[in-house]
Design a binder for this molecule. Sequence first.
Ligand code: DC
Length: 226
Amino acid sequence: MSVHSVSVPVITIDGPTASGKGTIAHRVARHLGWQALDSGALYRLTALAAQQQGVDASDEQAVAQVALQLDVAFQADQVLLAGIDVSSLIRQESVGNLASKVAAYAPVRQALLERQRAFRIAPGLVADGRDMGTVVFPDAPLKIFLIADVQSRAERRCKQLKEKGFSANLTGLLEDMRARDARDCSRTNAPLVAAPDAKTVDSSQLSIDETVGQVLDLWSKACQDK
Ligand code: DC
């Protein structure tokens, strides 16, 4: 376990790509006045930094070094890499696909572990990713496994990309998403699986507000059961 305070509550939200984890995590965190951790951004930043530094993406140790030395700052809605705003760049599908590849490397996951746990500061943290409840914060008092069918997720991602001014193609996104799901779920290191004590929330037919409401209800229940 890490040296970071285990008495600080954490809500973990894990799930497949584009299940809405990030949006839901930020809304829940804002509602509770807590910190939010977008762990996927750290994998995306590692992928982007490796690409920018010309590091061979198949060299696990070299990519892990990049992860260890990441010069990152999260400022309001901006993500800075070595002082440069890369918030939009890291959302590109090419970076996401490379992130999914390097995220399968054990040394990369190890390099990012303490960096993620350092976000656990009072009064609380909402952390989203793939292994938040299983590996990074296994003692979290509430673990959510957020799912949505692949069609809904691809449509959401398509809309998101278009809103950000990127071109997007639904068929291509569906294919990419299926491939990424398969890779994230089947890898040996910290695969995407629900923690045994996670509560599954299916957001396919829910609005953002409804999903946030379900998570907050589950948090109220968890507090009452304590
Ligand atoms: O959540 P996201 O799409 O931004 O994540 C990008 C990639 O990073 C995703 O394909 C898998 C990986 N990832 C991971 O392996 N573990 C996490 N906790 C978060 C993301």
